[in-house]
Design a protein around this ligand. Structure first.
Ligand SMILES: Cc1cc2nc3c(=O)[nH]c(=O)nc-3n(C[C@H](O)[C@H](O)[C@H](O)COP(=O)(O)OP(=O)(O)OC[C@H]3O[C@@H](n4cnc5c(N)ncnc54)[C@H](O)[C@@H]3O)c2cc1C
Length: 434
């Protein structure tokens, strides 16, 4: 491996690639079209479908017998936007994701699974309201995706009286029941779901296969290609333990509808979210808690969610009346978040080889290197969906399956790099922190 502290040519071009760590040393070779996906949440189920669409025979393994039993298990999940007036990676990727997912979910919505009812985002403060004007200007040519609306339009759109002076309206977004969505995604003869807790993964270089083991060391499955989509539990497998994931508890509250609240036609998001009623129940939430790691439903979290409704818009608080704590239902689970709030999707790096090959970055983050990245053979990860798994998962699954199948990526390289599993290794080498 060679390295140097080089000047780039004046025209900005270099014979060395800019970020060679993202380019694999050798292309991933595959003999079979069989894949195992670990995790039957929205990340794993969408990955399974995207692989199946490319002719793969897919086996999904989950510690539960049914799909969508953990984070992807709420009654109503919102396909959320996160746009910005700035041209950063996060809003660009979010835009690509909501564009993709609003089409992806159309057939489900048409079958009556959830509703493509539109999502209204009300500003949490004046700065956000000012940003909405800039977002409106920036996306003026995408009215089917987003429009800035004024108070006079809100009643007709939402069906209720809202206090907000302005809002962003996303007519193509909506909500879905994530667990039922996961189960429907796996309802396919080319995809099998097996129950099992994956405690270890070992590569056999002679056969070129990975074997998955349970906690007793019993082999569960063997496959050439494996996708790890086990959310925060990626950290329990040595190959992905380095990922800087955080587990954030969240609780949603379901509350009975009232004659007034039944009129709500779309999802309202602000400090929290509030959905149109489904079979007499609205969902709202959700809490963020870094210190509690139980899935027990807590009364104080219900109270926090109810308080958040009023903080989102006092018009929402007015339509729900004063629901009794004993009439509330809830569910708690864990988000899997990343330091930059973007998912992690792509080939799993060979950590030690990356640390060795890119060690010069510790001394000088600007060192130009010729080595390429080292990746574990046919092992991939799709996780870190944070609070927006429904928005991101269809797109990240597509990115992943395209990479596995050796297709041209559908996103610009810089956005793929922003999602790349090696980005934290390089970041930490540059900070000399790994
Ligand atoms: C309260 C709350 C509200 C939310 N609201 C929304 C919302 O409105 N909209 C939205 O887009 N997102 C929302 N989210 C976030 C969303 O739920 C997640 O982004 C998404 O569900 C993550 O999907 P996933 O497949 O990565 O993880 P999960 O759904 O958790 O799936 C991981 C799967 O892996 C399995 N697994 C883990 N380890 C192993 C192992 N070792 N062996 C076998 N199986 C294993 C688990 O059983 C699980 O089924 C919310 C989250 C919470 C907690």
């Amino acid at each position: 491996m060679t390295h140097k502290r080089a000047q780039r040519p004046a025209n900005g071009e270099s014979s060395l690639p800019d970020m060679p760590w993202y380019l694999p040393k050798q292309p991933a070779l595959r003999k079979t079209n069989q894949a195992v996906v670990i995790g039957a949440g929205i990340a794993g189920c969408t990955a399974a479908v995207a692989l199946k669409q490319r002719g793969f025979q897919v086996q999904v393994i989950d510690r539960h017998a049914t799909a969508g039993m953990e984070a992807s298990g709420n009654a109503q999940g919102i396909v959320y936007p996160k746009l910005s007036a700035r041209d950063d990676f996060l809003p660009r990727i979010n835009l690509a994701a909501i564009d993709f997912s609003s089409n992806y979910y159309k057939p489900f919505w048409q079958q009556g699974l959830g509703q493509q009812c539109g999502v209204l985002v009300v500003p949490e403060n004046q700065k956000m309201a000012d940003d909405f004007v800039l977002i409106g200007e920036r996306f003026a040519n995408r009215p089917e995706m987003v429009q800035v609306v004024q108070q006079s339009q809100l009643h007709a759109l939402s069906g209720i009286s809202l206090e907000a002076k302005t809002a962003l309206h996303f007519p193509n977004l909506g909500w879905l029941p994530p667990a039922r969505l996961c189960q429907q995604l796996l309802n396919d003869s080319a995809i099998a779901l097996q129950q099992g807790h994956v405690a270890a993964l070992r590569y056999h270089s002679e056969s070129g296969n990975w074997t998955l083991y349970d906690e007793n060391g019993q082999a569960l499955l063997t496959s050439e290609t494996v996708v790890i989509a086990s959310a925060y539990d990626c950290k329990t497998l040595p190959q992905t333990a380095y990922l800087p994931l955080r587990r954030i508890r969240g609780q949603i509250t379901q509350l009975p509808s009232t004659p007034e609240s039944e009129k709500l036609k779309l999802v309202v998001c602000g400090e929290g979210y509030f959905t149109p009623a489904e079979r007499g129940l609205h969902s709202c939430g959700a809490t963020y808690n870094l210190k509690h790691f139980s899935t027990e439903v807590r009364a104080e979290d219900h109270l926090a969610n109810l308080a958040q409704i009023g903080e989102t818009d006092s018009g929402l608080a007015a339509i729900i009346g004063n629901p009794e704590l004993t009439h509330l239902l809830g569910r708690a689970n864990f988000r899997c978040t990343t330091p930059d709030y973007l998912p992690i999707v792509g080939a799993v790096p060979n950590l030690q080889a990356m640390l060795d090959d890119f060690a010069p970055l510790r001394r000088d983050a600007k060192t130009i290197l010729s080595a390429r990245g080292s990746y574990l053979p046919n092992l991939y990860v799709n996780c870190g969906m944070g609070s927006r798994g429904l928005s991101y998962a269809p797109l990240t699954a597509e990115i992943l399956a395209a990479e596995i199948a050796g297709e041209q990526p559908s996103l610009p390289r810089e956005l793929l790099n922003a999602l790349h599993p090696a980005r934290f290794i390089i970041r930490d080498l540059k900070r000399n922190r790994i």
